[in-house]
Design a protein around this ligand. Structure first.
Ligand code: MG
Ligand code: MG
Length: 268
């Protein structure tokens, strides 16, 4: 098995079916989301030039443990760390280590936590110190915006293609490449459940969204083309053309009142 199937779902991989969560289960997933958000935000606060990616990983691990939860990623398909930390041309699955964050780096942090047997999954891209160029800032802002547009489509009666089309139309309209090989997914007792939630697609196509489904939406936008490559470590996914990439992700419950973003901080 190719390990790059890893923490961000590969478009053609098989999952564990669609599950519908009870209202009680959704509340547990909100707790998993709260812990995931706390870990993510603690890492974001710590991102600055001079820090090692290994130190960022330790911050996430400490926060998850402090909140009485377990990391979702560590050991998942052999992944060795609590977070994925992917820098600049790295899209996803960067392994924390001795790499030192530099001024202006685009730093993507992906993290998950388990509470009561249910997972949360969230990612964010931040710029360390001063942005190297307005283009880098614009890419990050556009990726975040594309996630928001995707979330707006996460309503019962829509289909996964409605999310995909919203992300794709916005991102491609700005000239960015939308990663196709890696996609969002259902979340629950497994980190990856059905349905796959692509970031490119057509409205009205794909599995129907129903109340009680919980999905992760996670657009990955490249400054250049959508094409990707996996490095020799069998994990790190990079842009094939070497261009910058950004990644944002939330875990969202489909409720009768609309999308409920579970991976936000307490009180948010
Ligand atoms: Mg995910
Ligand atoms: Mg993730």
């Amino acid at each position: 098995m190719e390990r790059s199937q890893g923490l961000v779902l590969k478009v053609d991989s098989r999952n564990n079916g669609i599950t519908i969560k009870s209202p009680q289960e959704v509340l547990i997933m909100r707790e998993a989301g709260r812990v995931t958000a706390a870990a993510r935000d603690a890492v974001v606060q710590a991102v600055q030039p001079g820090i090692k990616t290994r130190e960022l990983d330790a911050i996430a691990a400490r926060e998850i443990k402090r909140l009485g939860a377990k990391p979702s990623f560590k050991g998942y398909r052999g992944f060795p760390a609590t977070i994925c930390c992917s820098i600049n041309n790295e899209i996803v699955h960067g392994i924390p280590g001795d790499r030192i964050i530099q001024e202006g780096d685009l730093v993507s942090i992906d993290v998950g936590a388990v509470v009561g047997g249910f997972h949360g999954d969230s990612a964010v891209t931040v710029i360390a110190g001063k942005a190297p160029s307005p283009q880098g800032e614009q890419l990050v802002a556009a990726t975040q915006k594309s996630l928001e547009l995707g979330i707006q489509q996460a309503v019962a009666g829509n289909r996964t293609g409605d999310i995909a089309a919203a992300v794709q139309e916005y991102a491609e309209g700005l000239g960015y490449g939308v990663v196709k090989e890696y996609v969002g997914h259902g979340v629950g007792r497994s980190l990856h459940e059905d349905p796959a939630v692509p970031n490119v697609g057509r409205r009205g196509v794909g599995p129907l969204l129903r109340v009680g489904m919980v999905i992760a939406i996670e657009p990955m936008l490249n400054m250049g083309t959508w094409a990707t490559q996996v490095l020799d470590d069998d994990w790190t996914v990079v842009t094939a053309d070497g261009s910058l990439s950004a990644h944002f992700e939330h875990t969202i419950a489909i409720t009768e009142h609309g999308p409920w973003v579970l991976t936000v901080a307490e009180g948010a």
